[in-house]
Design a protein around this ligand. Sequence first.
Ligand code: NAP
Length: 306
Amino acid sequence: MADIKELSIIGSGPAGYTAAIYAARANLNPILISGLQPGGQLTITTDVENYPGYEDPIQGPWLMEQMQKQAEHVGTKIISSQVKKVELKDKIKKLYLDNGEVIETKTVIISTGAQARWLGLENEEKFQGHGLSACATCDGFFFKDKIVAVIGGGNSAAEEALFLTKFASKVHLIHRRDKLRAEKILQERLSKNPKIEFVWNSEVTKFIGGTDITSIEVLNKLKDEKTVIDLDGVFIAIGHDPATKLFMGQVDMDDSGYILTKPDTTRTSVEGVYAAGDVKDKIYRQAITAAGMGCMAALEAEKYLD
Ligand code: NAP
């Protein structure tokens, strides 16, 4: 008989590794398929100061390496490959890997995460963690009494801008149109906040600096005029893309492609299939909340297998 796994985890961010640690310690002999960018979004950050358990700031890539080692230490088998096709509907689910392997498994935890959208400008990668961020909750604290900019006009941009006013001396909110998409109540709070300066009809065209960002070039599209804004930090908040293409048509998703789960659980619309972390969460998007959901998914899978 083929070797049918009890539990397979797809994705290697905090959700996936935490699920693996709990599942391994419950003797489920989990496998974890780590994908192309092992470690997920934390591998492109530097200082992490909000993951509990560490007195001093730690490095994102280091934290993910530790989670991987911990998962392996307790018995997870990690496969460095990518899943290219899945069949989830039947009791025994099939995962087709790009190394040619086909995995048969009774349960699956989807923890493939989401990716922040970036502007696609030159130097964008170079400045990530050096003044450029896609997460104010993670990095805002580092900009006490500094000048920052937030790019975007949706709820995320509005919330990030308001959050940043707690630390920064000034927050430029740069939007490509003259109207925000964010909810009215957030718009009102932004207008009332003296630290917010709106930059309408404008797009960032250049990031400028040495090791760290020191200014940005901004194009006002109506006036066709370029200006330079001196600042210390830039927060991109133009949306996220959940990595769910692989699962389309197999588990229920919302209009933006986030996997839907039953209230207060990680259960998807398919029995034996669970979703944890940013792949199902567009509100919190934190390493610690993803890890918490990974734990829930492993416990729920264990119960189902029982
Ligand atoms: P979003 O609603 O899709 O907004 C993205 C914003 O970025 C838009 O204003 C868009 O401009 C702008 N944008 C997109 N591509 C751009 C580019 N290349 N250059 C410059 N600007 C660009 O994304 P989101 O704010 O991340 O929110 C995603 C979802 O999560 C929404 O459904 C939102 O309501 C929800 N959310 C809810 C909460 C909450 O309930 N507290 C918090 C955060 C997010 P245009 O307006 O011109 O298209």
